[in-house]
Each structure stands twice: as C-alpha cells, then as structure tokens.
Design a protein around this ligand. Structure first.
Ligand code: FAD
Ligand code: NAD
Length: 449
C-alpha cells in the first residue's frame, strides 16, 4: 500500500491549491480526480456560465440601446457562442492540469473511496494517508418526476455541450442557475419559461430584489410560473411535455433542471471511515473543517457551506494552516459576499435586515434607488438599488444588498469596509468620483445621518 502525508479527493477550487502547496513544502501528496480537472467551477459552473452570459448580456444590452437613440440589429450565432464557451473552459482545465503536472503531487485519475479511516481505494490500488481532505463538491439535484429518467434533460453538466440552444426552454427552478442560464438563453433567442414552487423568484433574497429581477426578466420576454411544481414529464420526437400540478402542460424542446445541488460523498465515507454526515447529507465539519474523524477534513461545497468558488478557495487558505496545527483561522472568520450574474446583477454581503433581526441585533437600514444616481440616469441603467444594514448602536456595517449594473463589482466597496472594520460613518465621509455608480454609496450612508 502506497503511503502519503496528505490525500486530497477531488480537484476542485480548494483541493488543487492545497495539494500543490503541501507538495511544495516537501510533503508527499496524492490527489484523486474521477472527472475533469478543475471541478465544477471550471468545467460546468462559473467559467462556462459567465462566458455564456458575456454573449447573452451583450445581446441584451444591444437590444436596449434603442431606448437611448441607437438602433442595433442583433443576430445571435448560438453555436459560435457555445463553442467559445467550451474553448475558454478548455484553457482553464488545461491550466489546472498543467499546475498539477508541474507539482510533485501524485495524481490518480480515478474515483476514490474509503476502505477505512486513512485508507483510500482507487481501482485495485490502496493508498494510506496521515491526513485526508474531501473536496468532492456537489452535482445537480434531480427530482423524482415520473417520465424524467432517460430523457435528454439538461443540467449545468450538459447545458454547455449543446450545439445550439432550444427554441423553447423550460426551466425548473428560479435560483441562481435557473435565472442566470434562463435569462442567458432568452437573450440569445430561446423562448424561456421558468417554473418554481416559490411565491417569487430567488426566494432567498429580499422582496425588492425579487421585484427588480421579475421586471427585468419580463422585459426579456421570460414567462415565470410561480407556486407551481412539475408532476410529470414526457419526451417524444425531440419535444418535452411537462405537466404541472395545476394541470398546465408546457411543451418545449429543452428542459433545464436547476433545483439545487446534492453533495457528492465518496463511497465508504460513512460506513467504512466512520465520517458523519449532517441532516442534509453534507459532510459534518467543525469550525476547523475537521470531520467527525480526526485528521479527516472537508472543504468547499461538500462541507455544507454556501456554494461558491471563493468559499472553497478560501477554505484552502485556512486548511493549509489547520492541518499543520495552526488553529487560529476558522471557516467563519470571513466576510462572505456573493453575486448573481443576471442583468441587473445582485451583489450581497453579510446580513440582511431580516438576518440581523432574527439574530436579535439592533439594526437600521437605508435604501438608495439607482434612479437617483446620475450615472444610472445618464446610461439608462436605473433598475435597482443599494441597501445598507448597520448596527443601531455601534454603527458597524452588518451587510448590504446591491441590485443593479455590475452590482457584483460594487458590493466589494462594502465588503472591504466590513473586512477593515470601519463603520458607516467612514463611508459617509468618503468622496466618491462623479459620475459613477459608486457615487451612490456615500449618498446611501448619508441617509443614516
Ligand atoms: C452553473 C453554475 C454556476 C456557478 N457560478 C458560480 C459563480 O459565478 N461564482 C461562484 O462563486 N460559484 C459559482 N458556482 C458554484 C461553484 O462552482 C462551486 O461552489 C465550486 O465549484 C465548488 O468547488 P468545490 O471545490 O467544493 O468542488 P468541485 O469544484 O465541485 O470539485 C469536486 C471535484 O471532485 C471530483 N470528485 C467527486 N467525487 C470524487 C471521488 N470519489 N473521487 C475522485 N474525484 C471525485 C469531481 O469530479 C470534481 O472535479 C456555480 C455553480 C454552478 C453549477
Ligand atoms: N453566481 C453564482 O455565484 C452562482 C451561480 C450559479 C450557481 N451558484 C451556486 O450553485 C447553487 C445551486 O444553484 P441552483 O440554482 O441549482 O439552486 P438554488 O438553491 O439557488 O435554487 C433552487 C431553486 O429551485 C427551486 N426548486 C426546488 N425544488 C424544486 C422543484 N421540485 N421544482 C422546481 N423548482 C424547485 C427552489 O425553490 C429555488 O428557486 C447555488 O445555491 C449557488 O451557491 C452560484
């Protein structure tokens, strides 16, 4: 049996840098990857979806320029869009492969399972490691719908492998993937119908975030069916028929499933290694990302945290210290932000007012509409708002929601202030450049005076 200091299962966003870093420190490392190098983000997640949206949003913006007196004719070459997406994915994937090849990491291109604590199997070979890190991510949750199995439905795993886009795409789910890919497909020429059991889009976000997105999606011609569930699927001669619980039957040539993600747990994790899972089936971890078995850790999506690439990557920076005994960093010692790349975008960081109130924190919140920001008016990009939530007594910044053009970039102003520990009064004093969207941020803080 081969013996290593560290074994990493999965070549996701945290696993690769962790393995390469440990090997560069002279430790013996083995990394297992059963699929494509780079995991979800590179192959079937952030990279392809954002490259896809670059084309889609270019088309969407061009269609709106007529409102400011410039008339564009938009012609979409969907096969070329999808080829570009795959080319960009290929470059990133090769980059990960080369990074591993340049390192002293022993890469095993096979599925790993646990034989026992510290003992992994891939094919006929077994590997023993002092420390094991599980970075196996998630995959699309598939509903148990009569008629669905065996049909050529889409998930994020095969969406970008299409040669062309469906004429009518039915999307189940109105979260990040449903709305990003749904709006993307609509802007590139598909008729899109989104179905969700929720009473609004992106139901985990605040009500007015959902309202702005609802208006934007309607402008793109997307039909949204709220509070409805698919109950059966049929597929014949290239067409899907999706029956909903109110007896509506939707017909389309594409069906995208985007209803959330399920953790990928290596075989033997529970039964042979004794590693506990949480109530949702993710690997149960403590603040130091350690599982219920000493010297066995998990990171990224599979550790049951917010599912973002920057979380997985940041876990690597914590774990590289933790596994050599420095426990000063924890999984929650970070200001967490995220963005949704619809147009308008949603940028979030920290707590909403609801979060603060549920936690019993006395808070104040203020909202500034982009229709009051000069740049928004001048550029015809008035949809959205900036919201700030602050501690009512200490003035600390608790969180923010930005909805609007490049809100995912602008939210970093607040993220940086939170990381620096400044209060809203520092933002209020700041002089931002005119005329920018960021100019609205001190104006927002001044509403607290
Ligand atoms: C469509 C889509 C768009 C997204 N967009 C964004 C975005 O814009 N921004 C953002 O921050 N996040 C985004 N995400 C989320 C982000 O992709 C994930 O949070 C991130 O990739 C998780 O990384 P990870 O390291 O946890 O695991 P992953 O990247 O999922 O890597 C897990 C790896 O483990 C391998 N593996 C699994 N089991 C085994 C086994 N037994 N043996 C060997 N190998 C195994 C898999 O093949 C995979 O390569 C998106 C996700 C999707 C699906
Ligand atoms: N921009 C980004 O950072 C980004 C982009 C895409 C994905 N992601 C990550 O990937 C994760 C998964 O995305 P997602 O969109 O699959 O999940 P999600 O959790 O964001 O949304 C799931 C949606 O599906 C709905 N739903 C649940 N069961 C359903 C059913 N049976 N039929 C129809 N709808 C149903 C939910 O109500 C919800 O609207 C996200 O939570 C996020 O962490 C991030």
């Amino acid at each position: 049996m081969a013996r290593y200091d560290l074994a990493v299962i999965g070549s996701g966003q945290g696993g690769v840098p962790l393995a390469v870093d440990a090997a560069s420190q002279g430790r013996s490392v083995v990394l297992f990857e059963r699929g494509a190098f780079g995991g979800t983000c590179v192959n079937v997640g952030c990279t392809p979806s954002k490259a896809f949206l670059a084309s889609a949003h270019s088309a969407g913006r061009a269609r709106r320029t007529a409102e400011i007196g410039v008339h564009c004719e938009v012609r979409v070459d969907a096969p070329a869009v999808l080829q570009r997406v795959r080319r960009i994915v290929g470059v990133w994937r090769e980059g990960v492969e080369e990074k591993l090849a340049r390192s002293a990491v022993h890469v095993v291109r096979a599925e790993a399972s646990f034989d026992a604590p510290h003992v992994l199997r891939a094919g006929d070979d077994t590997y023993e490691a002092d420390v094991v890190v599980i970075d196996t991510g998630t995959s699309a949750a598939i509903p148990d719908l009569p008629g669905l199995a065996g049909t050529p439905y889409l998930t994020n795993a095969n969406f970008f492998l299409q040669d062309a886009l469906p004429k009518h795409l039915i999307v189940l789910g109105s979260g990040y993937i449903g709305l990003e890919l749904g709006q993307g497909a609509a802007r590139l020429g598909s008729d899109v119908t989104v179905v969700t059991p929720d009473d609004r889009l992106v139901a985990r976000e605040e009500l007015d975030t959902c309202s702005v997105l609802t208006r934007a999606l309607a402008r793109d011609g997307i039909s949204v069916l709220l509070e409805r569930r698919a109950v059966a699927v049929a597929h014949d001669d290239g067409r899907f028929e999706v029956t909903l619980d109110d007896k509506t039957v939707l017909s389309g040539d594409g069906l995208l499933i985007a209803i959330g993600r399920r953790p990928t747990i290596p075989a033997g994790t529970v039964e042979r290694a004794g590693i506990a899972l949480d109530a949702r089936g993710f690997v149960q971890c403590d603040e130091h990302l350690q599982t219920s078995v000493p010297n066995h850790y998990a990171l990224g999506d599979v550790a049951g945290q917010p599912q973002f690439t920057h979380v997985s990557w940041e876990d690597f920076r914590r774990l590289r210290s933790i596994i050599v005994g420095d426990r000063s960093r924890t999984r929650s010692d970070r200001v967490l932000g995220y963005a949704m790349y619809t147009e308008p975008q949603v940028g979030r960081v920290g707590m909403t007012r609801d979060d603060a109130q549920k936690a019993g924190i006395p808070c104040r919140d203020v909202t500034y509409q982009l229709a009051d920001v000069a740049r928004g008016i001048e550029w015809n990009l008035e949809d959205g708002f900036f919201r700030l939530v602050v501690h009512a007594q200490t003035d600390a910044i608790l969180g923010a929601t930005f909805v609007g053009y490049e809100a995912g970039e602008l939210i970093h102003v607040i993220l940086a202030h939170m990381e620096a520990g400044s209060t809203w009064r520092t933002i209020e004093r700041s002089v931002h450049i005119h005329p920018t969207f960021a100019e609205g941020i001190p104006s927002l803080a001044r509403l607290l005076l």
